[in-house]
Design a protein around this ligand. Structure first.
Ligand SMILES: Cc1cc2nc3c(=O)[nH]c(=O)nc-3n(C[C@H](O)[C@H](O)[C@H](O)COP(=O)(O)OP(=O)(O)OC[C@H]3O[C@@H](n4cnc5c(N)ncnc54)[C@H](O)[C@@H]3O)c2cc1C
Length: 538
């Protein structure tokens, strides 16, 4: 079954009992849907917003073992993630590519430390597809990253990791699950759990577009809601202690001219002991991230002033051209669903990044923590857990060899390459109707056929779905996203049969949202992010 909302809603109304209902359509939930459906289980996934609206569109876009976790001695975690890196590279070649990183070194001790550490990283990775690490002279480092400040530089250690488009992979996972006959739905919120004999037997859910309510039965229910897991756990047991502690990470996006070239910069130890990446991404440079413990979680977190200052200042120390607020094309933040420590601590850097699987006495299965890179292993563990609890019959995992929807081994030629094999379908639409070949805006390459495809085959429901998570423009250049908004709204209205009022509302609400991704207010001059002290875990 293709990813089609109307058909999936009909199935919601007719299916008497699902094998598995998954709450949450981020990396974790979508991975579980693919795993369960590929084992032949009758699978339903419900996402309250769009796929990857939460943390899964706000990562640093690295498919990696995690060099810094190696520094922390978490060898097993790094080994597992490096294995998953290889599988993702193999199964989603249209979205995951090899990315070269350089750690600049300023003294002999650092040279030896990073070289030895990264040789060990190579060793853990095994043979695989990624290049081996090596030491580079100062001249070679500056040739690879011309934007790097040469002051005091002695050389650098180059290593390889993976880079991807997180939200597009989420959409492709939703399609993969649907191709395997799962029902996958966005904009449906789970509002309660149903129980039989004190065991979870399904969910209550509401369609946020129509207000329709559903009572849905299942043999097993999975809570894969990221930083929202405690909301679902409290539906099961209102007295449950929190399982997750959110930690915010912010990024800024700059023009590619700040780095120049295709190699990424990795700063292994910033002034406060963190790691900062500057990575070329879709023709821009993505710089981040931070690690700020928060007291609250929300779907649209905001970067704090301190985080922006920290990124700008640190980047300024390493680049020849120090970025200013006026240079920032987009700023975004995401919340890590870190497993809460047993003893309270303010240092979220020390809280484990490995995933945590918990079974409540009601048999509700909750999965949280982990990384995008390890989503497949998290899914495998979750479905195996449901089987080990005798909630589902035993069937072995298939995802090792399942190609993700769109998978093809081909160099990126233009932005349509991100659609993978679906590029051909978009080109067919353009051929069949020349009007669909026309651009949405004269200054940008995006064409109307892409929007038709996103609505018909990728479940895009509003202009944010297109501009934020399918084209990524909100994250790359928020001002450009606002410029394209009217054209996108008009084309979507045609596809979804919406009126002028809908178009107006879409443009207004999206422009407001995009304003939050900008540090400059065109009308009021320079804008400061709000530093909300209540949010910081004091
Ligand atoms: C700043 C930052 C950088 C990162 N960088 C990397 C990286 O480079 N590489 C890497 O491998 N990992 C990275 N990660 C980690 C990775 O992004 C996360 O581990 C992953 O995205 C978590 O996915 P998730 O599905 O668990 O959560 P989410 O993506 O948050 O998904 C949970 C979903 O549940 C939905 N939901 C909540 N309540 C309900 C309800 N009642 N009904 C229906 N749906 C509901 C939400 O809307 C949300 O979409 C990073 C994380 C952060 C914060």
């Amino acid at each position: 079954m293709a990813l089609n909302r109307d058909k999936a809603i009909i199935k919601l109304k007719t299916e008497s009992k699902w094998d598995m209902i998954i709450i949450g359509g981020g990396a974790t939930g979508l991975g579980i849907a693919v795993d369960a459906a590929s084992r032949g289980f009758k699978t339903l996934l419900l996402e309250q917003s769009d796929f990857a609206k939460g943390t899964s569109s706000r990562s640093t876009k690295l498919v990696h073992g995690g060099v810094r976790y190696l520094a922390q001695g978490d060898v097993a975690l790094v080994y597992e993630a490096l294995h998953e890196r290889e599988l993702l590279f193999k199964n989603a070649a249209h979205l995951v590519k090899e990315q070269s990183f350089i750690i600049p070194v300023f003294d002999w001790f650092s040279k030896m430390k990073y070289l030895i550490g990264l040789k060990f990283y190579d060793l853990l990775a095994g043979k695989g597809n990624f290049s081996r690490s090596e030491y580079l002279s100062k001249e070679a480092v500056l040739e690879a990253i011309p934007g790097l400040n040469p002051k005091g530089l002695k050389g650098g250690v180059r290593y390889s990791d993976g880079q991807f488009d997180d939200a597009r992979l989420a959409v492709n996972l939703a399609q993969t699950a649907a191709d395997l006959d799962a029902s996958v739905l966005n904009y449906i919120k789970v509002t309660g759990l149903i129980k039989e004999n004190q065991k979870v037997a399904g969910v209550e859910a509401t369609d946020l577009e129509t207000g329709d309510s559903f009572t849905l039965k299942a043999k097993t229910v999975i809570n894969a809601t990221g930083v929202f897991v405690d909301d679902i756990l409290s539906m099961d047991n209102p007295n449950k202690a929190p399982m997750v502690r959110p930690s915010q990470g912010a990024h800024i996006v700059l023009d590619a001219s700040f780095l120049k070239g295709t190699t990424a910069l990795m700063i292994p130890k910033t002034a406060d002991g963190r790691v900062l990446f500057a990575v070329p991404w879709h023709g821009k440079v993505l710089i981040g991230t931070t690690d700020t413990p928060l007291n609250q979680h929300q779907l649209e977190p905001r970067a704090l002033e301190d985080e922006i200052q920290f990124i700008l200042t640190t980047a300024g120390q390493y680049l020849t051209r120090a970025p200013k607020r006026t240079d920032v094309l987009s700023v975004f933040a995401g919340l890590r669903p870190l497993a809460a420590p047993t003893k309270d601590t303010n240092s979220t850097k020390e809280i484990s990044r490995s995933h945590k699987l918990v079974v409540s006495s009601s048999n509700l299965i909750t999965i949280t923590g982990g990384k995008w890179t390890t989503y497949r292993k998290m899914a495998l563990d979750t479905v195996d857990k449901a089987i080990s609890l005798n909630l589902l019959p035993a069937r072995t995992c298939q995802t090792h060899n399942i190609a993700i929807h769109g998978h093809q081994v081909q160099a990126q030629k233009n932005h349509l390459s991100l659609f993978g094999t679906d590029e051909q379908n978009i080109r067919k639409l353009m051929k069949a109707d020349p009007l669909l070949s026309s651009p949405i805006h004269q200054n940008y390459p995006y064409v109307k056929a892409e929007i038709k495809w996103m609505v018909d085959a990728e479940m895009a429901r509003n202009i944010e779905d297109v501009l934020a998570r399918r084209w990524r423009l909100l994250f790359l250049d928020a001002k450009a996203a606002v410029v394209l908004a009217p054209g996108v709204a008009q084309m979507m209205a045609l596809c979804l049969n919406k009126d002028e009022q809908w178009i107006k509302e879409q443009i207004t609400s999206f422009s407001k949202l995009a304003g939050e991704y900008l540090l400059i207010d065109e009308n009021k001059g320079i804008k400061k992010q709000v530093q909300d002290k209540d949010l910081i875990n004091a």
